[in-house]
Design a binder for this molecule. Structure first.
Ligand code: NAD
Ligand code: MG
Length: 295
């Protein structure tokens, strides 16, 4: 039956082959290629006429959100690093095939002026901005805290935390009543691994930002929420996110015993952006294969 699948076996549940790329990685060179809903996600007009910016929308979880939003009727701008142009072009094709507008805005979120201008460029190209998905992120594993370089610490905090603040400040010029802000945090915010110490701190900081901004922006009729993925098969993991020897069994330590695919997060991003989520704000939704997200 198409509507009743054992979640353990619904997507790839075997060992991944060892693979490694340099940061930020491109997913069109991964085996298997992550499922971001190109074929598997079906829309049902839940975001007709909406205008969304998704950072890191070229690949992985951001790509799944961008594709789902377009299939639900939204025009979508994505940002990504210039090295990821080939992934971004694929997303553009999928969005345009739905009949929606796709806007490509490459650049580096470590650059404050780019991060700020990105929001205004997206609003200009889309003719407004009602949904901001801050999903771009950096994760580089460390073997021990002594080996953590200041450059990595700064980059991880700048991309994962500072850019969220900069972009939200600018987005307040555009977000209308009913607008939605969604931040991709992580299970690492709640169960930090020592090999991801710096990354996990940034993900906790995002949770605190989500809750504090929801308090304030609720008064304006703008909702702010987060998604906390568990282990999901994306380029981030094979480009320094995990030690290469952890890749074959990546995700198998979850209760569902496999890694998630980005498309399994699509509905959560759609719900949090859509009118159906009208009473949901200041929350973090776990999509983790069963890993707990309570502290
Ligand atoms: P991904 O590599 O497909 O996407 C991350 C994106 O971040 C990249 O595509 C890139 O465009 C963007 N990015 C990275 N550095 C950037 C920079 N300097 N400037 C601009 N953009 C930059 O991987 P993903 O797993 O889909 O990651 C999306 C989000 O999900 C991240 O915030 C990550 O922390 C979070 N997350 C992922 C997992 C997982 O298991 N994959 C688990 C929990 C949380
Ligand atoms: Mg990418």
């Amino acid at each position: 039956m198409d509507n009743l699948n054992n979640p353990k076996y619904k997507y790839f549940d075997d060992k991944f082959s060892k693979q490694e790329q340099s940061y930020p990685g491109v997913q069109n060179e991964m085996t298997p290629v992550p499922d971001c809903g190109e074929e598997s996600y079906k829309g049902s007009d839940r975001l007709t006429g909406r205008k969304a910016l998704v950072t890191g929308g070229d690949s992985g979880i951001g790509r799944a959100a961008a594709i789902a939003y377009a299939k639900e009727g939204a025009d979508v701008a994505i940002s990504y690093l210039p090295d990821e142009e080939s992934d971004a072009q694929e997303v553009k094709e999928v969005i345009e095939a739905t009949g929606r507008k796709a806007v490509l805005l490459p650049g580096d979120l470590r650059d404050e002026s780019f991060a700020r201008q990105l929001v205004h460029d997206a609003a200009k190209e889309l003719g407004g901005l009602d949904t901001l998905v801050m999903n771009a992120g950096m994760q580089q594993y460390i073997n021990d805290i002594k080996g953590l370089k200041t450059q990595q610490l700064q980059d991880t905090f700048t991309i994962n935390v500072f850019s969220n603040v900069w972009m939200l400040q600018e987005a307040l010029d555009h977000l209308p009543e009913g607008g939605s802000v969604i931040i991709t945090t992580s299970v690492q915010a709640f169960s930090p691994a020592s090999l991801l110490a710096d990354y996990a701190m940034t993900k906790s900081a995002q949770v605190s930002f989500i809750v504090s901004m929801a308090q304030k922006l609720g008064q304006k009729g703008i909702r702010v929420n987060g998604v906390a993925p568990g282990p999901v098969w994306t380029a981030l993991q094979i480009s320094g996110g995990q030690p290469p020897e952890n890749i074959p069994e990546f995700g198998q330590n979850t209760p569902l015993q496999r890694a998630g695919q980005p498309v399994e997060l699509s509905d959560t991003y759609v719900l949090l952006a859509s009118d159906s989520g009208s009473y949901i704000t200041g929350q973090v939704f776990g999509v983790t294969g069963g890993m707990p997200i309570n502290m």
